[in-house]
Design a binder for this molecule. Structure first.
Ligand code: GRF
Length: 186
């Protein structure tokens, strides 16, 4: 039995959600920060913070080949829960099956609205009055698993995709640690 409180965070870039999950950890331990982009800003922050990190460029590997290496590393750290935080790779069906029900993701829209990319531009374009973010379970279908928690933010008439992104991001940083805490103790 894997301990759900042993959490790995997977990132590809800036890592602001990863930082929020680390800084607001409550009821779980971040035992590994893994990245498919060794130069990601978030990896440097995690190292500086003294966290265990694993970073391997995914380019050049077959999808499942890479995911098997990643999975081995997660096992080595006895990870029980995986939190995707700006991990810009679609996981292989093999990996999702291996870790079924134990992978969470944060998505910058009120799912089921706006799966995929460019969520803020699409919400503004549609004339929506509210947007927000969702934490959900990862399944084989992109951004389609059970939603565990959501936070709403208003869309102002003057918003651009980037001003809306900032407001949603602040909400993400409050929502994700709270939902992860609840998830690992359920
Ligand atoms: C966030 O908007 C998150 O919702 C999405 O990717 C972005 C990651 O940002 N999945 P950061 O790397 O956590 O700053």
């Amino acid at each position: 039995m894997r301990d759900p409180k042993r959490v790995a965070i997977l990132i590809s870039g800036r890592g602001s959600n990863m930082r929020a999950l680390v800084e607001q950890a409550n009821g779980y331990d971040v035992v590994l920060v893994a990245s498919n982009k060794p130069n990601a800003e978030g990896v440097a922050w995690a190292k500086h913070r003294g966290l265990q990190t694993w970073a391997l460029e995914s380019k050049g590997f077959g999808k499942e080949e890479y995911d098997r290496l990643l999975s081995n590393e997660l096992d080595r750290h006895q990870v029980g829960t995986i939190a995707l935080a700006g991990f810009m790779r679609i996981l292989s069906p093999w990996f999702v099956d291996q870790w079924r029900g134990r992978i969470l993701n944060i998505h910058p829209s009120l799912l089921p609205k706006y799966r995929g990319l460019d969520t803020h531009a699409r919400a503004i374009e549609a004339g929506d009055a509210v947007s927000g973010c969702s934490v959900h379970i990862v399944t084989d279908e992109l951004d389609a698993g059970e939603v565990l928690g959501q936070a709403e933010v208003p869309i102002e008439p003057s918003d651009t995709p980037s001003s809306l992104e900032q407001r949603v991001l602040a909400a993400e940083h409050r929502l994700y640690p709270k939902v992860l805490s609840e998830f690992v103790s359920r």
